[in-house]
Design a protein around this ligand. Structure first.
Ligand code: IMP
Ligand code: MG
Length: 195
């Protein structure tokens, strides 16, 4: 059971999808399993969960409410200088963490790990600050698209090499509010075309 409206209630957003890949029930059940594992593994460690805005916020919000040990939460915001800079994994920090992380047990929370380029850059940045440990927890993993090796310690679901929306993942800033994950119809998803 989940507290969210049925898919059909999302009207035009739902009508734009060709398929639901992962239901809200599946997501909530998996999040609870991940939260239980994190609660066990970090017992007595008082971890700090770090996420990048905006895509991760629904997952972060659900996940922390399934973790039963004391923890802190912090967020960063980043933006790409340009598409080519992004290809090299170079990003600009728009909002840094508010808390120091040296000596802390840092658990990095991601919505989706795709090529891994952005995450690799951010992880190096965090590692330089001397955390006691630094691990990665992602809701979705597109491992077939990886261009750089990223250690993923907690993973919700594997995704195919397709563009998906929902549960924080957007297409032109929309669809983040869907409590499930789906594929967009071909006529809706036009990556080349300007919004
Ligand atoms: P990468 O791992 O550096 O390629 O970047 C991953 C980022 O690309 C994620 O944090 C998302 O913001 C975005 N992204 C990757 N795949 C998807 C998708 O299927 N839908 C929406 N956003 C995606
Ligand atoms: Mg993201």
């Amino acid at each position: 059971m989940n507290p969210y409206p049925e898919p059909e209630a999302f009207g035009d957003l739902y009508e734009s999808l060709s398929e639901i890949l992962i239901t809200a029930d599946q997501i909530q059940a998996r999040v609870a399993e991940m939260g239980a594992a994190i609660s066990r593994d970090y017992e007595g460690c008082h971890p700090i969960l770090v996420g990048i805005l905006k895509g991760v916020f629904p997952f972060m919000a659900d996940l922390i409410r399934t973790i039963t040990i004391p923890l802190d939460v912090d967020f960063m915001a980043i933006s790409s200088y340009s598409p080519s800079a992004r290809e090299h994994g170079v990003v600009r920090m728009q909002k840094d963490l508010e808390e120091p992380i040296n000596g802390r047990h840092v658990l990095f929370i991601e919505d989706v790990v795709d090529t891994g380029l952005t995450l690799n850059y951010v992880l190096r940045h965090l590692q330089n600050r001397g955390p006691a440990t630094l691990k990665v927890c992602t809701m979705f993993d597109k491992s077939s698209r990886r261009l750089i090796r990223i250690p993923v310690h907690y993973k919700g679901f594997d995704l195919p090499d397709r563009f998906v929306v929902g549960y924080g993942l957007d297409y032109r800033e929309m669809y983040r509010n869907l409590p499930f994950v789906g594929l967009l119809k071909a006529e809706v998803f036009q990556p080349g075309k300007k919004a």
